[in-house]
Write a protein that binds this ligand. Structure first.
Ligand SMILES: [Ca+2]
Ligand SMILES: [Ca+2]
Length: 336
């Protein structure tokens, strides 16, 4: 659904671009050609917006988006209105923190499409693809009990359909969320382990990891970037990656030890990268990809540099069919 007042505003904008011909009955969003036309036409040619309203087909949401982004000079970003902030903020939410929140969601015309107050709050981990990119970004820095109004443009509201997000409209140009954060839980390895240990028995098993992946997809629309990855293979690989004493399951101690080992390696990689960057005088040399996810997808970062490149992700379905290159072998004195 598209707010009509908004359409008129954009029609006026389109007229400025010179892309709408009065009476032609069609709307052509060819910005480059439009700019060429603007150069030739006199300013008054850009005015007949009112006559246009009744004519031609209404613009599609995609056409309006193209116009708006052209006038913006690039993709649109979220708008954040800090409605209310508590005086005390024990933890401002950062990437990987767990945030529990309520939302009321509104369409462009101000109509409420959904709210979570009746069915209970949502808990997500930030920065790992559990929530639409616009909200993930807009909730950074929020504190317990803080209120924000976050407006999310189309491109940043895309999310696979899932149980938790099933009420989010798919074709809305802008969505506005009134967010109320209940709690921000700082990222710790213990908390990450508990998040993966869904049956709360202090061990992670293959079947539990498979269920975790299934649950992420069904509930939050979160999937592997490489859809050829087989959850059974990935779970087997994951257990081998963490299982120090070889009993086929992962204890909290094992999890923490292997995570800390990897995080130390990542720190070193980052330091080296910084040195290289300095030596290269600002030349861009850092690997491109997604930041490493501390959940099931931790095992995707094969070279332990903290970034999951497209190559790493693309090769993962094959790699997971074998054994990890680095096995969790620690000093005998450290044996659990
Ligand atoms: Ca368990
Ligand atoms: Ca990597």
């Amino acid at each position: 659904m598209v707010n009509m007042r908004y359409v008129f505003g954009l029609v006026a904008l389109a007229a400025v671009f010179g892309v709408i011909e009065a009476g032609s009955g069609s709307v052509n969003i060819d910005i480059a050609a439009g700019n060429a036309l603007v150069a030739k036409k006199k300013p008054e040619d850009a005015i007949p917006v009112i006559e246009l309203r009744g004519e031609g087909k209404p613009m599609t949401a995609a056409q309006i988006r193209a116009l708006e982004e052209a006038s913006n000079g690039g993709p649109l970003d979220i708008k954040v209105d800090k409605t209310w902030r508590p005086v005390k903020c024990p933890r401002a939410a950062q990437r990987l923190d767990f945030v529990t929140f309520h939302y009321k969601g509104f369409l462009e015309d101000g109509k409420k499409f959904d709210q979570t107050y009746a069915r209970g709050p949502i808990r997500v981990q930030l920065g790992v693809g559990m929530v639409m990119p616009g909200l993930d970004k807009g909730m950074r820095g929020m504190c317990d009990t803080e209120l924000r109004k976050i407006s999310v443009p189309y491109r940043l509201s895309r999310k696979n359909k899932s149980k938790v997000w099933k009420h989010i409209p798919n074709d809305e140009h802008w969505l506005t969320f009134n967010i109320e954060v209940l709690t921000v839980e700082e990222f710790t390895l213990e908390r990450q382990f508990a998040f993966l240990d869904s049956n709360n028995d202090t061990y992670l098993t293959e079947s539990e990891l498979i269920r975790f992946a299934e649950n992420m997809r069904k509930e939050y629309g979160k999937t592997w970037a490489n859809e050829d990855i087989d959850n059974v293979h990935a779970a087997r690989y994951y257990v081998k990656y963490f299982d120090i004493n070889g009993d086929g399951k992962i204890s909290l101690d094992e999890f923490v030890k292997v995570m800390e080992r990897d995080m130390a390696t990542m720190e070193t990689a980052k330091l080296v990268q910084t040195q290289v960057q300095k030596a290269g005088k600002g030349k861009k040399t850092a690997p491109e990809g997604r930041k490493r996810d501390p959940g099931f997808a931790w095992i995707l970062d094969f070279n332990n540099d903290g970034i999951v490149t497209v190559e790493e992700s693309d090769s993962a379905d094959e790699v997971f069919q074998g054994a990890p290159a680095v096995l969790p072998v620690f000093d005998q004195k450290d044996e659990l």
